[in-house]
Design a binder for this molecule. Structure first.
Ligand SMILES: [Zn+2]
Length: 448
């Protein structure tokens, strides 16, 4: 061990002393602290400077840059130290401690009641670092019973890549971030670990760490289906007037479809204009499926959620089931609404069967995208594509039948056969303002 006694800027007295022999070396934490201080150019408590790797039990940080992991070096420090989170918290903190101090360990014993870890250099170099912790039966917490926190193996290095950076460690670091931003990508986790923790991890560990964190936030997805019955009861009990229905497969009681409309949303919808947007989107969970949704518009021109359905796929049967529940709600309110939707085949058939004669407008954006796909820029050029879309817009927004006819004639000439086919499959009552059944909407709105 080298001691520096800095008497002035020009001369330095050096005293070499073996702390291990003299018994003055007090363990990892002190050594690491001293090293950090020396790297920062500060004079530590004993003005100690370490030249790592030449001394047993010493360690060195890869970077002097302050990192969020710096505090981990204090995670394991004395016999009697308690971990309220039990074995799980102890194992996690042990990993972080080893990672920050710069060594690997192996479990000599590992279960819910006790954990024994030894330095991975025990076999090769006979390192005596060892920790033993067990559960306190009265409190359920984990307590360090014995600890030899001195390494006798060759100096350790806090490296950017470590076997101790396991997916569980990643999950513990990102669980709050993923709760706030579930779409956080594994590549973002990799970059953040590099920037804030000075760690390099593989894509797999980032991905799996994210999956574990999601599990912690949302729980096990298979178990969550089992909670649906409890969830229905809770909704009915706490949100009076709600409509919930869980349909299970006969014989095996496996959940098949779920419908919910909250009492608060039903009450508020009576003050919304009579419009409902019907759409579906993919569920990205482990079990996939589709989320069906009926949304209105609030007074701030924002979405107003009215009803949700969870089904396996967007079929006519599932749409019919969803719309029948929606119909029971609307009939109870005595309201007729105008529907907006894309032209999903199953939805169109179900809509005709459940809400015959109710005004139904096709979403202009979807129609425009359909038209654009028939005139790709590569084959027809942007000029023609823009002209066709512009003329179709004139047809859709024409106020009078005459105005519609002029725009349509021009569209057919410009767009030729592709437009003719496209238009022939569309009923103008469902997309052209001049023919839409606005009378029906206004009449009903007056009634409400
Ligand atoms: Zn060791």
């Amino acid at each position: 061990m080298a001691y520096l006694s800095i008497s002035n800027a020009k001369t330095v007295d050096i005293l070499v002393k073996d702390l291990l022999v003299s018994g003055e070396y007090s363990g990892d934490v002190c050594a690491t602290k001293e090293l950090i201080s020396s790297e920062k150019g500060e004079s530590s408590c004993s003005s100690t400077v370490e030249d790592r790797n030449e001394f047993l039990g010493m360690s060195k940080r890869a970077s002097a840059k302050p990192l969020l992991s710096n505090e981990w070096e204090m995670y394991i420090h004395h016999v009697g130290q308690k971990f309220d989170g039990g074995a799980e918290e102890f194992r996690l903190k042990l990993c972080k401690y080893a990672l920050e101090v710069g060594f690997n360990f192996l479990y000599a014993g590992n279960d819910k009641k006790r954990v024994i870890a030894v330095c991975s250099n025990k076999k090769l170099e006979g390192c005596s670092w060892r920790v033993y912790a067990s559960r306190c039966e009265s409190t359920g917490c984990f307590v360090i019973r014995t600890l030899n926190n001195v390494h006798t193996c060759v100096g350790r290095i806090r490296e950017s890549k470590s076997k101790m950076m396991r997916s569980r460690v990643v999950a513990s670091l990102f669980v709050d971030r993923i709760r706030a931003k579930p779409e956080l990508k594994p590549i973002e986790i990799i970059h953040e670990l590099k920037d804030y923790y000075g760690m390099d991890i593989s894509y797999y560990h980032a991905w799996f760490g994210k999956e574990l964190a999601k599990l912690g936030v949302h729980g096990d997805e298979s178990k969550s289906f089992n909670e649906l019955v409890w969830y229905m009861d809770a909704v009915n009990e706490t949100n009076i007037g709600s409509l919930c229905e869980l349909e299970c497969e006969a014989g095996i009681n496996r959940s098949r479809r779920f419908f919910v409309s909250f009492g608060g949303c039903l009450a508020g919808f009576q003050y919304c204009i009579p419009l409902l947007f019907i759409d579906a989107t993919f569920l990205k969970s482990k079990y996939k499926g589709q989320l069906l949704c009926a949304s209105g518009k609030n007074g701030n021109q924002g979405f107003y959620p009215l009803a949700f359905g969870v089904v396996d796929s967007e079929t006519e049967e599932n749409w019919t089931w969803f719309l029948q529940h929606l119909a029971s709600i609307l009939l109870l309110m005595g309201r007729m609404v105008t529907f907006f939707s894309d032209r999903n085949h199953g939805l169109l058939n179900a809509m005709g069967a459940v809400f015959p004669g109710w005004p139904h407008s096709y979403c202009y954006y979807h129609l425009k995208q359909n038209l654009i796909s028939k005139y790709p820029k590569s084959g027809y050029g942007k000029l023609l594509q823009d002209r066709v879309v512009n003329l179709f817009s004139k047809c859709a927004y024409a106020v009078t039948e005459e105005e519609f006819k002029v725009a349509m004639d021009e569209l057919v000439v410009v767009g030729s056969s592709k437009v003719k086919t496209f238009i022939s499959e569309l009923s103008r009552d469902h997309y052209a303002k001049a023919f839409f059944s606005k009378e029906c909407v206004m009449e009903r709105w007056q009634i409400v």
